[in-house]
Design a protein around this ligand. Sequence first.
Ligand code: NDP
Length: 285
Amino acid sequence: MADIIDGKAFAASLRAAIASEVAGLPYKPGLAVVLVGEDPASKVYVANKAKQTVEAGMASFEHKLPADTTRENLLTLVRQLNADLKVHGILVQLPLPKHLNADEVIAAISPEKDVDGLTVVNAGRLVSGLPGLVPCTPLGCILLLEDRLPDMTGLNAVVIGRSNLVGKPIAQLLLQKNCTVTMAHSRTRNLPGLCRTADILVAAVGRPEMVKGDWVKPGATVIDVGINRVPAEGGKTRLVGDVAYTEAAQLAGAITPVPGGVGPMTIACLLRNTLTAAKRLETAK
Ligand code: NDP
């Protein structure tokens, strides 16, 4: 039976370490979160982010704009936040309403305050091995992996999914750890066979329990990024990952559960990125 990688506990200790570092700073790191519209899931995420930001001793600036906000209004707000010395991190909650172009809005964020790591500048820094800000979920995955596997040199890593938000940055981080990385996607041939070569298997697909138990190499470390809501008994729903957990846990050496694995790491890494950005910006003053 696999060891369970407890992301909830890991994230709690990471947040505690961040809070203690923040307490010793002569300034207060500040995170601005911009929410456009009334998407219920986004509202919950933003409220959680604000709560955990304040708990870490940082300043939280919430900007809620109506769903029909114009492009100009949103870009003006982002530029104001770029210039605001109390704000060290800026996050625009996605998805945006359809009339707004997320790429354009992200591009307007100062790369030094881009705590989601989504600007082209930060993506380029990651590929080039330069210090930047790394997307939060991939950062959370690599921290969990580092804890489990302090030396990943030469390990075969298979990443299923190639999104800019998750798959591509995770692959880059694994490459930096000297893994031999294969990126798989919807056109990959013989995915089960490929997965069976993986010492580290990362699933970031968005398909409930797609990765079956017999896709897992015995002893492999399995990181399940997927968050999928599926029907459950009594007309309710439950969360499952992209990996068929019970089957996979029979063969894996270690595995992240869903929920309680990668998920809690995302906000903890957002706080870490905010602290990183604050330290760099304050040093550069
Ligand atoms: P995207 O939809 O942007 O990307 C999904 C990727 O999976 C694509 O690259 C796609 O390939 C690939 N894919 C789709 N179907 C298959 C298939 N049958 N076989 C192989 N590959 C396939 O999703 P995200 O990267 O944004 O998110 C992935 C998952 O992670 C989702 O479940 C999401 O909810 C979750 N997530 C969790 C977070 C957390 O905090 N834990 C944060 C962000 C995301 P192709 O490119 O060829 O289309």
